[in-house]
Design a protein around this ligand. Structure first.
Ligand code: ADP
Ligand code: ADP
Length: 239
């Protein structure tokens, strides 16, 4: 079944910047899809259009049977709980602990309410601890997030997304600031989240080798256009 459809999506910034031109593709439930392309290709804008952090100038986005481009604020908020977002720079709240940052995902990522553990039920705290354990962060739970390494911070970013119980994870250059070893750990977790938890993953990457290794499918973007859409196998066998 199709989980996400992006149909003829274009995005214009100002007068001159056409970040996306008629982008069309769809993603099946349970798929692991990489979006690759050079810096400035439009990858980040594309992910942001999917959850409407950025409004597309034209086109349609259908996620889990909802016409995302047509939703009002309240409906959008509900749909967004099903879409977890992961960022290159983690976007954690530095002064908060690992578990507080994780639970922040329960409130929606733009909530200014964060920190007070009293806001959360025992069940929620247990669930946060369980997710942090899966991600290998059980010893860091009460550490301040600014005491973590980059790779650990990104795992907290993943935990914050997972606690929403998402159907889709959108990851915007999740390993671009990490060393190869941490990158592998993050990519292994994302792959495992897809395969074992059945969560669909769409990840922006600029490293083709990483995309080839982890993805079911690769979408190539250049100058705002889809220039390739196929399996990793079809790329390597064409070479
Ligand atoms: P990528 O993620 O592939 O590096 P982006 O989606 O960040 O590409 O950028 C695509 C194009 O859109 C670039 O030319 C970029 O400068 C422009 N762009 C992105 N966000 C904005 C914005 N908020 N305002 C104006 N231009 C933007
Ligand atoms: P980056 O530097 O990685 O591109 P930014 O700090 O510029 O990321 O944030 C990009 C956008 O994401 C901002 O509009 C911000 O409001 C939003 N944002 C910040 N934290 C989160 C989060 N945890 N989940 C979703 N969106 C977030």
């Amino acid at each position: 079944t199709t989980l996400l459809e992006v149909k003829n999506v274009s995005k214009q910034f100002g007068k001159d910047t056409k970040a996306l031109s008629n982008v069309t593709f769809s993603v099946k439930e349970g798929e692991f899809v990489s979006v690759i392309g050079p810096s400035g290709a439009g990858k980040s804008t594309l992910l942001r259009c999917i959850n409407r952090m950025v409004d597309a100038s034209s086109g349609e986005i259908i996620f889990d049977d909802a016409y995302v481009h047509q939703l009002n604020k309240k409906e959008l908020k509900k749909v967004r709980t099903k879409i977890g977002m992961i960022f290159q720079h983690y976007n954690l709240v530095n002064r908060l602990s690992v578990i507080e940052n994780t639970l922040h995902g329960r409130l929606g990522y733009k909530s200014t309410l964060a920190g007070a553990l009293g806001l959360y039920s025992e069940d929620e705290k247990l669930q946060a601890a369980r997710i942090l354990q899966i991600l290998g962060l059980e010893e860091q739970i009460y550490k301040r997030s600014d005491q973590l390494s980059g790779g650990q911070k990104q795992r907290v970013g993943i935990a914050r997304a997972l606690i929403q119980d998402p159907k889709l994870l959108l990851c915007d250059e999740p390993i671009a600031s990490l060393d190869p070893n941490s990158s592998k750990i993050i990519m292994d977790h994302l792959r495992n989240i897809c395969t074992s938890m059945g969560i669909t993953v769409v990840v922006n990457l600029h490293q083709v080798d990483v995309a080839l290794k982890y993805s079911d499918r690769i979408i190539g973007v250049n100058s705002g256009k889809v220039v390739f859409d196929g399996t990793a196998k079809s790329i390597t066998s064409n070479d």
